[in-house]
Design a protein around this ligand. Sequence first.
Ligand code: AMP
Length: 191
Amino acid sequence: MNLILLGPPGSGKGTQSEFIVKKYGYYQLSTGDILRQAITKKTTTGMVVKDILASGKLVNNELILQIMEEKLSETYSKPGRIFDGFPRTIMQAEQLEELLHNQNMKLDLIIELSVDENTLLERITKRANESSETREDDTIEILKKRLEVYNIETKPIIDYYTDKYHVQKIDGMMSVHKVSERIEELINLNS
Ligand code: AMP
């Protein structure tokens, strides 16, 4: 099972990925988490991307694809993969299809979590106030930038995929539990 969770920052992709990992043993491929780990470990990649993450802009496609290619190869023994925060541009979407195709795999399920912008702003403010592990990009100002980047760079992926696959839209304003239930239904239907 290859599943993409699409949605703006704060739409619940990370929370729902955790649920899927626990329930199905799929491997979560979160480019945001991978980049944050690189920053914490002060690797060369970490040094390169630190300021980009703090600004809310996107890391360049080449670097992301290199990371994804490497990480993806670690997941082949898993029953499934959740792509969380990737792809973020049409180019990444095309490359993901190619990477999967080269391994005789395909995209099985694409889920869009939709949440209105005011709710996203509220959620991120809460996350910034409550989290013990502060994320530099969890401020209202940077969130607005990330939303703008999402609308310009990432949203078009939904149209790109809609032309080729059936994109399943889930109302991300429902409770976490209800969203998980809906995701579970879709995974069961598509596996
Ligand atoms: P996230 O945790 O998915 O919201 O990602 C945090 C930040 O990491 C983003 O604002 C980008 O700067 C960077 N990032 C994560 N995934 C990607 C990606 N697929 N392409 C480019 N930049 C990314």
